[in-house]
Design a protein around this ligand. Sequence first.
Ligand code: PBG
Length: 323
Amino acid sequence: MVTIRPRRARTTPAMRRLMREVHLHPARLILPAFVADGICEPTAIASMPGVLQHTLDSIRALASDCAATGLGGIMLFGVPRREEKDAQGSIGWDEQGILNRALAGVRSEVGDDLVVMADTCLDEFTDHGHCGVLDERGRIDNDRTVDCYVRLAQSQAAAGAHMVGPSGMMDGQVAAIRAGLDAQGDTDVSILAYSAKYASAFFGPFREAVASSLQGDRRTYQQDPANRREGVREALLDIDQGADAVMVKPAGYYLDVLADVAEISPVPVAAYQVSGEYAMVEAAAANGWIDREAVITESLTAIMRAGADMVLSYWALEAARQL
Ligand code: PBG
C-alpha cells in the first residue's frame, strides 16, 4: 500500500500558507479599551502590562490607529469616578458619563471607518460592582436591570455607538434592547450579544482595569464553567431575540463551547480573549518562559480555528500590525 503523506502540505512556507485553514486578518480583530474619568494622562494597569486606562484624548488617538490598521472594531469600557457610582449605575446612561463622552469622541474621530462598540453593562458604574441592580434582599433584580440596560443602550446609540454589547447575562436583555433601540429610531445600531459568558476567574485583571467595586461573585447570572450545552442554549435565545452577532467568553479555555455555538449559529460568532488570558501570557513572556509573539499568534489562531468569526483581544492592534 502506498504511504499517505500529509507532510506534503507542510513542505515550504508558501505551501503551508496555501494549505492553511484559517488566516488571522485585522478586520476580524476587535480591541477592547478602557477610558477613565478624572485622570490627566493614560494610566498603566498593573495586572495587564501594556494596556492602559485612557483619557478622552488618548482614546481618540487609539481609535484612529485602529481604523488606520484596518481593525474590525473597538469596544469601549468606561471607568467613572468612584463618587459617581450609585446603586443603579446611572452615570452609565448619563450623556455626560465617561463612556458616552468617549463614544461621542471616538465616533467623531473615526466616523464609519471602524465599528465603534460599547460595553452595555452596569458593573463599572454601580457602587456594589454587580452587573445588575439589587432588590431589598440583595439579589439581582433581572427585569429592573434589563430596564437599565435599555437606557444604557439607548444612550450609547445616541452617543454614536454602531454596536452595543450587552454583557450582563440577564434573561431577555437582547429583546428588550432591540425594542428600545428601535423605539428611538436606532434601527441600524446592532447588538453584539455576550451570549455564553462564564463566571470566570480569568476576568481577574479586568476588575483592576475598571476599578471594580465588586464584593462576592457573579455566579447567579454568569454561567457555570462546567456547562457546555448551556452555552448553545444561551446563544440560541439571543439569536431568537435579534442578536446580530453572538459571543463566547472567555475564549481560549472555552473552545468547545465556541465550536458548538459556531456550528449552530446563523449569525457571526465572536470570542473574547479576556484579561486573564492576556495577563498569563504577558507574565510568562516577561520571565522569558515563552516566545511572546508566537504564543499570541497561536492563541488567536486557535480561537479562529474553533470557529470564531471575530476575536476581541487586548493584542488586537499589535497582532493586526504584524499581519
Ligand atoms: C462586564 C464585563 C467583564 C468583562 C467584560 N465585560 C467583567 C465581568 O464580567 O466581571 C471581562 C473582560 C476581561 O476580563 O477582559 N461588564
